[in-house]
Design a protein around this ligand. Sequence first.
Ligand code: GLA
Length: 410
Amino acid sequence: MTDLGSAVLMKAWLSTKVVGSHAGLLPDGGGTLASGEWPPSRPVMGYNTWYQFRTSITESEVVRQAQLLVSSGLASAGYNCVNLDDGWMAAERAANGELTWDAAKFPQGIPWLADQIHALGLRFGIYTAIGTRTCQSLPGSWGHYAQDAETFASWGVDFVKVDDCGGLPAETTLETLTENFRQFGAYLRQYNPEVVYSQELPIQQIGKPSFLPAVRASAEFAHMWRVAHDEYPLTQANASPMILGHLAADLDLHSFAGPGHWNDLDMVAPGFPASGWTLADLHSQLSVWAMEASPLLISADIGALPPAALAALKNPHMIAIDQSGEQCSNVIMDAHIEALIKPDPKGGIAVLFVNLGPGTGTGSFSLSQFGITSARASAYNVWTGSTTTFNEVSVTLRVGQTMLVQIQEA
Ligand code: GLA
């Protein structure tokens, strides 16, 4: 039996070869800009301002992050959408009722910003709320759904995130709220048939019987919908519990996900590295998000990402698993070690091992439990680049630790 989690055992037992994780699969920096289909049938990839800037966002910073997305090679790797989150609006609507920008933060205006982003070969996204106010008490879209949809389309907006915040009439029920989100989406598509509609209808329903109906409805009319809370507090101590908590929240929702509609676990690399997260935390988050086919929206200063974090975000194996077209729907377990399994687009299966126990633990599995009929199989570790062959699987992980591998019959 080979312990996939122990390099020592692996070496003693079988030959191990190291494969460069980026070997010739994608251009590394510069090169052709991400073009890709729009709206994408696969989970959206890109950048979001929220965890980096909160409301202290300016047009020059957004342009800078967009340029960094290109120069870092992230755009070539698929991160092609730049999203402005909360904090861009003026404190009040314009005299004609239109939503407008904070001129101190965006002196040249949102249409100008959209042009800058488009000129870089990228898509441009914006944020609003379903109620009268956003989560930061700025003007929301209540009473203006059609008008705002038209405004966004006229500005060249490709992606709209609608939050579940702000004052709503006291008689609001889940049914009327769902109808509001559905209606807003219809207006957004009416004025821009190619828009990506991202929303947060389910988030206030987490833990209530209304959660599943909110997810079910969202899957009918949105491209992506949040199924887990914000990632606060952003500390190293919270990273693993948050990542695994988000996984648990999403695991049973796979039937709602598929091409053109995805469960959204929230942004990746939130505030990294200032948040104190380790590289292992980032690997773990990306592994979970990829198995769950969640959108990958980076919310960190791209210019401050250490090379290893940049490489992790660009890892073509992780990206291929995320973009495979399905969320994981098969889970097996042994001794607190959970194994999540889904088909791997390059053949074989992608497997994420997770230790859910209170201490270091070992899980043992036969190949047949993974649907493998050959006597031996090989596993490629997405983060270390090492390949191991084995005839039974034994995985040892620390508390909260994860391991993402691609397994093929040998
Ligand atoms: C909510 C959302 C976040 C972010 C903030 C902005 O908390 O869940 O993703 O958009 O609002 O205020």
